[in-house]
Design a protein around this ligand. Structure first.
Ligand SMILES: Cc1cc2nc3c(=O)[nH]c(=O)nc-3n(C[C@H](O)[C@H](O)[C@H](O)COP(=O)(O)OP(=O)(O)OC[C@H]3O[C@@H](n4cnc5c(N)ncnc54)[C@H](O)[C@@H]3O)c2cc1C
Length: 470
């Protein structure tokens, strides 16, 4: 059995440092030792925020790399092509914390035209944006007169705003969905709410949902408060892959990051003591606090002593996730340019939900088509589905890869998804609340389920909270 302290300082040295800070006029929050369990974007950014506030951090990452769901795939691709197998985009407006790092570290970023000139497979054919503004086409999709009129002045993707609009101004604090006088909406689904408010059968097919109406209204209200559209058409990516950010944070944290350190047991009393299974041995780490930065799905496997409260355990156990796969086609040419068609398609099939092109900055005649499939997707099914829907002459796919997150031992779950009817009060705010000396960050631990946004926001919130503790 090995014991390692997360702190490089003795208590005496820490006290000397604290008095030196008082003399220098710097912030005097006591220096703490903090373990961070999980080296995805949430864990790395929380560790970085704690370290720059003068605390002593150690990141314990289970796998052989940091970044978690921020993962830039390159293997087997030619000419320097790469694809983000997990988080592929960030928005502007939105993602303020993420953008803060992009600017602070001088990372190159690029506008990502993957939501321009969308082709949507609807009613058995591919529809352009122009078609989806045409009242005749919209009537053919079973939309009613009010919806068709709305879509004369709003983009197709904004249809749900017609039904969210009457409720949004009730939410004034984006972290307090229950202060909006709308709690009864948790007792119905989004489809039931929209149907009650006059939505057509066609609209329900397009924008309905079985999750809690209060959850979806809250989600839309958060975006409104942040000035972000419901489906932001302007998105961005980091040049060289979004993993550039997690790699940069890892580099800056240096030896504070320990790979191959899966946390199996978290004990707390006057401090925290963590057990990791490293190289088949139990290795122990001690610190003042612990930040859990793994997904809720992974956290379900970790033993906590004392156990989580009933409310917290329920929330961790039941928060729903989706499990998607990333499809990557290397193509012999950028044939969509030759064909004069948009590479951006929403197909809506589990074999291939949507596709777009990437790596347009690379000096190669080859192209890259990136897409998303369900957890059971395969390269053959995805390629067949793509060829069936691609509206140009022929698709010259040279190589096809699929990255199946559901098979990943430590990062299987993607993002959280719509909470079931009647569950919002059982999941929120419990998911984001600390358990004694254990704090929680990650894509599931913030109010909006947009992965890197929620990861970096929750990281800042927790770093500030730990910093402020006496
Ligand atoms: C296909 C796909 C597309 C996506 N698209 C986007 C997008 O465009 N934009 C966006 O913002 N988000 C997107 N996301 C979501 C986003 O990638 C994730 O939500 C986000 O990266 C999660 O970050 P995290 O740090 O909370 O968790 P994770 O990335 O899951 O990191 C957790 C880390 O903890 C480690 N770990 C797990 N268990 C243990 C343990 N017991 N001990 C120690 N370490 C452990 C894991 O190995 C991992 O490194 C997408 C996700 C997927 C899968």
């Amino acid at each position: 059995m090995l014991t390692a302290s997360a702190s490089g300082l003795s208590r005496r040295e820490a006290l000397q440092l604290a008095s030196a800070l008082v003399v220098s006029g710097m912030p005097t929050h006591a220096r703490k030792t903090v373990l961070v369990a999980g080296g995805g974007i949430a864990g790395l950014s929380c560790a970085w925020e704690l370290q720059r506030r003068g605390h002593d951090v150690t990141v314990l990452e289970a796998s052989d790399r940091t970044g978690g769901h921020v993962y830039t795939f390159r293997s087997g691709l030619d000419d320097g092509l790469y694809a983000d197998a997990g988080a592929e985009q960030f928005t502007d407006p939105g993602y303020e914390r993420f953008w803060g790092y992009v600017h602070e570290f001088g990372l190159a970023y690029r506008y990502y035209p993957r939501r321009e000139h969308m082709l949507r497979w609807l009613g058995g054919r591919l529809c352009t944006e122009e078609m989806l503004a045409d009242p005749k086409v919209l009537a053919g999709l079973d939309l009613n007169a009010r919806e068709i009129t709305y879509l004369q002045t709003h983009p197709f993707w904004d249809l749900a705003s017609l039904y969210f609009a009457p409720y949004l101004s009730n939410v004034t604090d984006e972290y307090k969905p229950f202060d909006a006088g709308l709690n009864h909406l948790d007792g119905m689904s989004t489809s039931e709410l929209f149907r009650k408010d006059g939505a057509s059968a066609g609209a329900l097919r397009l924008i309905g949902g079985r999750g809690s109406a209060l959850h979806s209204v809250w989600h839309a209200a958060i975006l409104r408060l942040r000035g972000v559209p419901l489906w932001p058409p302007r998105v961005f990516r980091l040049v060289g892959g979004n993993q550039t950010l997690t790699d940069t944070l890892t580099h800056k944290l240096g030896e504070r990051v320990r790979l191959h350190s899966p946390v199996t047991h978290i004990e707390q009393g006057s401090g925290v003591r963590v057990t990791c299974q490293t190289s088949g041995r139990d290795v122990h780490h001690e610190a003042d606090y612990l930040v859990s930065a793994m997904s809720a799905v992974q956290l379900r496997r970790v033993v906590m002593t004392p156990a989580l409260t009933e409310a917290k355990a329920y929330a961790i156990q039941h928060v729903p996730y989706y499990f998607d796969s990333r499809v990557i086609f290397q193509t012999a040419s950028r044939y969509w340019q030759r064909d004069g068609v948009s590479p951006n398609m929403e197909i809506g099939d589990d074999a291939l939900q949507h596709v777009w092109s990437s790596c347009d900055e690379l000096p190669t005649p080859r192209g890259l088509i990136v897409g998303t499939a369900g957890p059971g997707g395969t390269t053959d099914l995805a390629a067949a589905t793509y060829r069936k829907h691609y509206p140009g002459r022929s698709a010259a796919i040279e190589k096809a890869h699929i990255w199946t997150w559901a098979n990943h031992p430590w990062a299987s779950a993607c993002e959280t998804t719509a909470y079931p009817v009647g569950q919002l009060a059982r999941l929120w705010p419990a998911l984001s609340e600390p358990h004694g000396r254990v704090h929680f960050v990650g894509a599931y631990a913030d109010n909006l389920n947009w992965g890197m946004e929620a990861g970096t926001r929750s990281a800042h919130r927790v770093a500030e909270a730990i910093d402020a503790l006496a």
